[in-house]
Design a protein around this ligand. Sequence first.
Ligand SMILES: Cc1ncc(COP(=O)(O)O)c(C=O)c1O
Length: 447
Amino acid sequence: MTLDVMKYAINRITNTAPELGQPKKEEELRELVGETITAKGIGGEKAFHLFRDVLVKATVPIDHPRHLAFVPASPTRAAIMFDLVTSASSIHGAYWMEGAGGIFCENEAMKWLVSLTGLPEGAFGVFTSGGTAANLSAMVTAREYWRRNPDNLNKKALVITSEGAHSSIKAMAKVIDADVLLVATEDLMTAKDLQDKIDQLDVHQRKRLFAVVATGGTTNAGIIDELDGIANVCEQENLWFHVDAAYGGGALAADSVRHLFNGIEKADSITIDPHKWLFSPYDCGAILYKNPELAKAAHSQEGSYLEIFKDEGAKGFNPSDYQIQLTRRIRGLPLWFSLAMHGTDRYKWAVEMGIKLAILAGELIEDREQLELVREPSLSCVLFRRKGWSPDDYKNWTYKNHRDGFALVTPTKWIVNDKAETVARFCFINPDTTIEDIVAILATMED
Ligand SMILES: Cc1ncc(COP(=O)(O)O)c(C=O)c1O
C-alpha cells in the first residue's frame, strides 16, 4: 500500500504534462465509485485505486503547462516532496515549544520574502492558508490597532480599495463587519484617485475610515496600483496601508519589474501567496507586517491550556500569534526546502519566465489578424480579444479546449469604452509553458 502510494506520488511529481482532467457530475462519480465510506471499510487498495483511476481524473492539474486560467500554480518537485515530508513529520506549527525546528525553516524562507519587499528592520511575517486568510489577518490587525483609540470603539470600520482589488477583500471586510468603498477603476489606482475618494467622504465616514488596500498585481490583469503615492496619502491621512500582492508578490523577485512595486516598503502589511507565483504547493499564503507586535496584540490567543507556550522556558517565535489560525501546518516548510535546494536565483529566473511568456504571447497575438491585445501584458497576465466573437464563442472555445484535454484558458471581462467586454485571458506561472503551447492555443481561435 505504502509503495503504491509512493509510486503514484513519484510518477505524478515527475509528470510535467499530466492529463488535463475535467469535472463529472456528482451522480456520475457516485455511479463509478459506489459507496466508499462503510462500516467495515472498503480497504486501502480499493480506495486508492478508485482515487487513482477515477476520481483524480475528474480534477484539473493546476500545473499543466497549458493551464493558463485564473491564477495557475506550478509547485517545484522539491517543494512537493517536502510537502510529503511535512505531513510525515507531524509537526504542530502553532508554537515554538513544539515546532521549533520547522518554524526555524519557515522563518528562514520568511526572511527572504521580507527582504524582497524592502520593509524596514523589525518587519516580519507568518505563513497562512492563503491570500484570503492573509488579507483577513491584516484587516483584523489594522482594525484592532484603530480601535485602540476609544473614540473608535463603537464605530463601524470603513476601508477603501479599488474595483481591481480581489474579491477576498470585500469578503473579508464582511467577516470583520466593515464597509468597503471602491475607487471606480479596475486599472491602476493612483494616489489622486485615493485622495479624491477620501476628500468625498462626509465627516462621519472619514472618522470610520481605518485602512486602504492597494493591489500589487490585480488578479484579472496583473496591474500594480501606484503604491508609492498611495503610501504617502496613507501616511498623511493616518491610515493603515495594506498591499495585497497575493498573486503579484512573486514578481518582487524579478529585476525587470521590481521598480513597479516601489512604495511597497512603506506598507503596514503585505499579502504574498507562495502557492501562486513562488512555486509552493497548496496551500501556502503569507502575511508580512511592518510592526509584528501589532499583529500579536490582535491575534494572540489566551487560555490556561496555552500559558505554557508563552512561558520563559518555551520561549520562541509563535506563528499563531500573528494570524487567525491556532493549530497550523508548517506550510512554509516546502518553500524553505525548495529555496534552500535551488537558491533564490533560480526563483528569479522562474518568475522572469512568466513575465517573458506574457510579453511573447502579446507579440504573437499582435501578429495575428483575427486577434488583438485589449491592453499591454502586465506582469504575467494577457488580456486579448478574438475579433468578432460573442461571449458564447469564448465560452464554447474554453469548453472545447478543456473537453479535448488540450488546454484550460478561460474568458474574463474588461471594461472597454464604459462597457464590460468578454475577452480572453492568459496568466502564466509555469516556466515549462512553451512558445509552441501558446501558438497552439492561439490557433484554436483562428478560422
Ligand atoms: C490579488 C489576490 N488576492 C487574494 C487572493 C485570494 O487568495 P487565496 O485564494 O489564496 O485565498 C487572490 C487569489 O487569486 C488574489 O489574486
